[in-house]
Design a protein around this ligand. Structure first.
Ligand code: ADP
Ligand code: MG
Length: 228
């Protein structure tokens, strides 16, 4: 059996002013798994994903990604990890408005200093992968919400990450578009071999996930002692 890509041990997060957003969360994710993190608003989903991606630091507990302890990395190591190992997709797409779809997808490869010819080729392949080869030169405002999220997904895969972190990626989309985006994510996890951790309320992703982790008030339900 392969070793886990993600190991989360006993995460607690207490925000200033005392809100305890996570109260001891542990799980592992294996290569190629699509994990849905479900839970109502305020249950701690975003906090958990931010800690996974090294965007914030926990009050207690540890996170390992690809054998590196994220929670112990200095800022330079975190930058490298977020550039080379982790791809992020957000609810609000996060595209740069003045750049075309192709230029947005190319940004992570500029940061990793990929050679221009290789970058152009990979941008084309990525846009084709998400079905947007005809839209390469359009700016985000010339694209629908679903198309913008496809660009963001293509961008997240630019540097061939091992881990994809998506925080409510369909939260701003109508239900039909949401379903298409979820199916795209499902297909990409298979074809690209990435591990994905996706926070969602969306029933159509829940059914596509390999595993569902349910957060309630900062703890996983499965981790609680079962009622007798
Ligand atoms: P979810 O993504 O499931 O909606 P969050 O992780 O955003 O949940 O929030 C969990 C809890 O932590 C909520 O009570 C929220 O108000 C609180 N919280 C989130 N971010 C902050 C912050 N930066 N400062 C203080 N409290 C926060
Ligand atoms: Mg959230």
């Amino acid at each position: 059996m392969s070793s886990p890509l993600v190991v989360v041990e006993g995460l607690r997060k207490v925000y200033p002013r005392g809100v305890e957003a996570l109260r001891g969360v542990s799980f592992t994710a294996f290569p190629g798994e699509l994990i849905a993190v479900r839970g109502r608003s305020g249950s701690g989903k975003t906090t958990l994903l931010n800690l996974l991606g090294g965007l914030d630091v926990p009050t207690e507990g540890r996170v390992f990604v690809d054998g590196k302890e994220v929670t112990a990395l200095p800022e330079a190591g975190l930058l490298e990890l977020r550039r080379d190992v982790i791809g992020f997709v957000f609810q609000s797409f996060g595209l740069i408005p003045v750049l075309s779809a192709a230029e947005n997808v190319g940004v992570p490869m500029r940061l990793s200093r990929t050679a221009p010819a290789e970058r152009d080729e990979r941008v084309k392949a990525l846009l084709a992968l998400v079905g947007l080869e005809q839209h390469a030169n359009q700016r985000p405002y010339e694209l629908s919400g679903g198309q913008q999220q496809r660009v963001a997904i293509a961008r997240s895969l630019a540097n061939r990450p091992k881990l994809l972190i998506a925080d409510e990626p369909t939260g701003q989309l109508d239900s039909q578009t949401a379903r298409q985006i979820m199916q795209l994510l499902r297909a990409l996890v298979r074809s690209e071999g990435v591990t994905a951790v996706v926070a969602t309320h969306d029933p159509s992703l829940i059914t596509l996930a390999d595993r569902v982790l349910e957060l309630r008030d900062g703890v996983f339900l499965e981790a609680e002692p079962s009622a007798v």
